[in-house]
Design a protein around this ligand. Structure first.
Ligand SMILES: Nc1ncnc2c1ncn2[C@@H]1O[C@H](COP(=O)(O)OP(=O)(O)OP(=O)(O)O)[C@@H](O)[C@H]1O
Length: 338
């Protein structure tokens, strides 16, 4: 990892919670992350670990029942760095950040495409807000963008409604909208999960090409370790609202430190090795954040848990150097197995 570089986005001690009938759900519980220009950070973990809430917190898009309780999210784009959390929620700067400096794509195009407006109308409106182009120029640019994301016959498709396009095409249209203001950072929350593998591979190729062209930073949220291996420069593994391991991608796969990362990697088939073999799965499920286990919250599912230690001691971050950290009580502060 380029440790000496200044990050583009720096999340520190982020806590986001939701008020529910059963109590306060601490969905994100002290997350630290950095994203660098031109690089891809993959955030990985099972369902419910807090990946999406972390992403939505960056753009202050948490639901009304949610609140960002602590931490800072520093944006180091052009100009003076500032804490996104200190921006006026209805102010111009936050508006410029959303869809301008930071583009976002979601798992479901329906989450960001309006069903009753054509793809072109949505693209042109976003272009006009963020780039100041007039209507004619924005339409010409919209056609170019649809072409760039691989939508065939863009001059005709620009007037299509989302329901007239396939899932993959809608996903591409959403990427075009997210990229139209040339964002410095693209946040992609499981953008290919709902697609077939061929379309998924095409979209990933497209993102890689666009990233190389624009030196854009990408924060890619997924539970698919195959996608991580293909796309990531750095990886953050999340469990129950916390980042439990961070590492450059090759090192994470070659030498995972946290037992949770080891278990995730063990559950992925390896071509040639695992034919006809039952793959291990991680026992149990991610606990409800309302009922957090004592000590290390992974200990009830951990193959390496030590009774009297992991169920009691809350882990703190161990720094292994070279951009590698893990939160596990089985290591001492020097990174050696305790
Ligand atoms: N609006 C909400 N109200 C109450 N709890 C919520 C809300 N949104 C998320 N949560 C809870 O916050 C936790 C983290 O959710 P989040 O969606 O970030 O997980 P995730 O890792 O992105 O999972 P997935 O891969 O399924 O999207 C979960 O326990 C979830 O139930």
């Amino acid at each position: 990892m380029e440790q000496t570089l200044k990050p583009l986005l720096e999340i520190s001690g982020l806590r986001t919670s939701f008020d529910t009938f059963d109590g306060k759900v601490r969905a994100v519980d002290g997350v630290d992350l950095e994203v660098y220009a031109g690089r891809t950070l993959c955030v990985v973990g099972e369902s419910g670990c807090g990946k999406s809430v972390t992403a939505r917190s960056i753009l202050r898009l948490v639901e009304d029942s949610g609140s960002i309780d602590a931490g800072s999210i520093t944006w180091h784009g052009d100009g003076e760095p500032f804490d996104i959390l200190s921006l006026d929620p209805r102010g111009k700067r936050l508006q410029r950040l959303r869809g301008g400096d930071i583009g976002m794509i979601f798992q479901e195009p329906a989450a960001s495409l309006l069903p009753l407006r054509t793809i072109g109308a949505q693209l042109i409106e976003t272009l006009r807000i963020h780039t100041g182009l007039d209507k004619r120029a924005a339409r010409a640019r919209a056609v170019e963008l649809l072409d760039a994301v691989g939508i065939p016959d863009p001059k005709r498709r620009i007037d299509a409604y989302p329901f007239q396009l396939s899932g993959g095409m809608c996903q591409r249209a959403m990427i075009a909208i997210a990229l139209c203001a040339n964002p410095s950072l693209l946040i992609a929350d499981e953008p290919t999960t709902a697609l077939d593998v061929t379309t998924q591979a095409r979209i990933l190729d497209l993102l890689r090409d666009l990233q190389a062209e624009h030196r854009m930073a990408v924060m890619f949220i997924t539970h698919d370790l195959g996608v991580v291996a293909e796309l990531a420069d750095e990886v953050a593994v999340m469990y129950l609202g916390r980042v439990v391991e961070r590492a450059p991608v090759d090192e994470l796969f070659a030498d995972p430190k946290h037992p949770y990362t080891k278990a995730l990697l063990a559950s992925v088939p390896v071509l040639g090795r695992d034919r006809g073999r039952d793959l291990p799965t991680i026992p149990g499920t991610v606990p409800n954040p309302l009922h957090r286990p004592s000590g290390c919250s992974f200990h009830p599912r951990c193959a390496e848990a030590v009774a009297g230690k992991c169920d009691i001691d809350a882990p703190t971050e161990v720094d292994f150097g070279g951009g590698r950290t893990a939160e596990c009580v089985l290591y001492d502060t020097e990174g050696a197995r305790a």
